[in-house]
Design a protein around this ligand. Sequence first.
Ligand code: TYM
Length: 339
Amino acid sequence: MDTAKKIMVSGIKPSGDLTLGSYIGAIKNWIALADEYDCYYFMADLHAITVRQNPADLRRRTTNQLAQYVACGLDPEKNTLFIQSHVPAHAEMGWVLNCYAMFGELSRMTQFKDKSAKNADNINGGLFTYPALMAGDILLYNADYVPVGEDQKQHCELTRDIANRFNGIYGDVFKVPEPYIAKVGARIMSLADPTSKMSKSEDEDKGRILITDKPEDIMRTFKRAITDSDTGAGCVHYDPENKPGVSNLMTIYSCATGKTFAEIEKEFASAGYGVFKPAVGEAVVEMLRPIREKSEDLMKNKDYLNKLMADGAEKASRVANRTLKKVYKKIGFVLPNGK
Ligand code: TYM
């Protein structure tokens, strides 16, 4: 390991297929940083079961997600890619940190409140203590930065509070990490309702793009995207408050093409939404096409994927077990054989 490099850690729950939101908000930044940092990226399957999952779907999505990480451009030689449940230190550290996370602070988590409202028949303990597990994911690897979308900022801040609390009791055990949130694209909204976040759990439909969607489906969804009634020249204008639908499309177009908002406004100065919406669709199709093709190819090569997950888990475990052992010693656990 190159110890001079700063460390990045992040994960995605395989609770649904990867969306354009996760791609732009998280993965795209991971790739941009892969050469500069020592990176650990995982499929957060332990987190996924806080909401009921169909076992066969969870298995399929977890492996798919690994193939998609690679297809998106994460080189497994340079990055440590693994499945969270393959590294038992996550569950172990999660338990320890549960004992250093306060009921009051866990109760304040927006995601807990949202998810409890949506899953009123299954408000389980895991849904509540989830941020302590996430803190463990991050602190196990001595992360400097956690590249995530805007919705995970609160969990990252709680991770810092937990790390500081622990360090306050036992000395400098954990590195205190910072969230790393992109300036553009940290919150991609639903195409059917630009006031709510694009999410995997959104019913299969008009508001959500999956990175595996076929070009014709992507185009159809963009053509139907909700904008506003102001359709004349100059309607392609960035104003998230008054024009959330258009601003969201501009954000997506900017992330797909690298153009600034000013450049996009100029490009479509005399165009209506009938021109702009398909243009965004086409840019997304082209951005996702190589990823879809490569991940379909990789999915055919199960031996390769199995080797990848075994190597990733081994590499991750080495670092994670070292941190866990340090923590166990600090809190007073007797280590096996006294070592
Ligand atoms: P998850 O699986 O909900 O989302 C994965 C990542 O994608 C980002 N994201 C978005 N960004 C922009 N616009 C959107 N519409 C959008 N939807 C999702 C999320 O912010 C996230 O970065 N708790 C985490 C998974 C996790 C984790 C971790 C992350 C578990 N342990 C440790 C970092 C470090 C989650 O549920 O993300």
